[in-house]
Design a protein around this ligand. Structure first.
Ligand code: AVJ
Length: 322
């Protein structure tokens, strides 16, 4: 494996644990309890999310994969030759293979992921399959900003690949901020290929976040198990329930954990009180219309050059240019 793994910079485990503890205690001490959704994606959480992606009700992954498969050549043409592909939230890098296969002489692949283990696995896999591509993994929280690694061979430009409708996790202001950050990162001449979920019949959306097998519930509740494992928490997890509702006015799914009873939970030496029915907000999933997305991209300094979608118009992949 000839990949350059030197760009891998993980935050020291003690610092990451301290940030998790601080964020959890701050979030659970707020009047409206909440925990940032990035904490859903530890190792068990990421594996549960992979299971979600295969569920019959969860249409986004399957629909995006179909769009990328069908339009890989025209997406690659839009990206242009000799580019560096920078993947946000690389996960298992399955989707980037579709693009790398179609791209003309790709120079580098930069997976960016918060999970070091996911990152290492995906970087090694890509390096093995694409020996002509410099693989430069970066362990970072892309919502916090980071810089591109030094390229051993300079690419003509960088294109961020941001699939999976992860943008939907962000509130409108933060989403715009993230797109502005991408525009700054790639600079003029750089690009963005982004997947986002489209507004549709709310029943279809709600079913996708309330699957019959209960995998999404397990994914959400894993956050409490994680607090128990890592922060010496004492959650009785079955005293909480998964809830996901579509909020039409905001065009988003709101996901939370609801206390089934009045209870007090110890986390280390802190103590958190819950009323019956009180919730911990854990995640949003925003759904856009094409005009909404175009307006947001424009306000972040990017123009939407092309959009590919599926026959039902459930999901979109857009190529944006700075
Ligand atoms: C990873 C943010 C794209 O919003 O659909 C899926 C997360 N949460 N089911 C989404 C998620 C519960 C997912 N994203």
């Amino acid at each position: 494996v000839s990949s350059t793994l030197s760009a891998l910079v993980a935050p020291p485990p003690s610092r990451a644990a301290a940030a998790f503890r601080r964020d959890v205690l701050t979030g659970l001490s707020s009047r409206a309890k909440h925990i940032h959704c990035k904490y859903l994606y530890d190792r068990p959480g990421s594996l549960l999310f992979d299971k979600i992606c295969e569920l019959p009700e969860y249409y986004p992954t399957r629909t995006e994969r179909a769009i990328l498969t069908r339009h890989a050549a025209s997406i690659a043409r839009q990206i242009g030759p000799r580019a560096a592909l920078v993947e946000y939230g690389s996960g298992s890098s399955v989707k980037s293979r579709l693009l790398l296969d179609a791209m003309i002489d790709p120079i580098a692949y930069v997976p960016v992921d918060i999970s070091l283990r996911h990152l290492e696995a995906s970087a090694a896999g890509i390096a093995r399959a694409y020996p002509a591509v410099d693989v430069l993994p970066v362990c970072a929280d892309f919502s916090q900003g980071f810089s591109l690694p030094d390229f051993p061979r300079p690419p003509s430009h960088s294109a961020v690949f941001f699939p999976g409708s992860t943008i939907g996790n962000f509130l409108p202001d933060a989403a715009r901020g993230l797109l502005s950050g991408i525009a700054r990162l790639v600079g003029v001449g750089g690009g963005l290929v982004i997947g986002f979920d489209l507004q549709k019949d709310p029943r279809v959306i709600e079913a996708a976040y309330n699957d019959r097998e209960g995998v999404t519930a397990a994914f959400n509740l894993n956050l409490l198990h994680r607090i128990n494992r890592e922060l010496d928490g004492r959650f009785e997890v079955d005293r909480f329930a998964h809830r996901a509702v579509y909020q039409d006015a905001q065009g988003r799914v709101s996901i939370s954990l609801v206390s089934r009873q009045r209870q007090t939970v110890e986390i280390g030496d802190a103590s958190i009180a819950f009323e019956a029915g009180e919730s911990i907000h854990t995640e949003y999933s925003h759904k856009y219309t094409l005009p909404q997305f175009e307006a947001m991209a424009a306000s972040a300094g990017m123009g939407v050059h092309r959009v590919w979608t599926d026959p039902k118009q459930w999901f979109a992949v857009a190529h944006c240019v700075v």
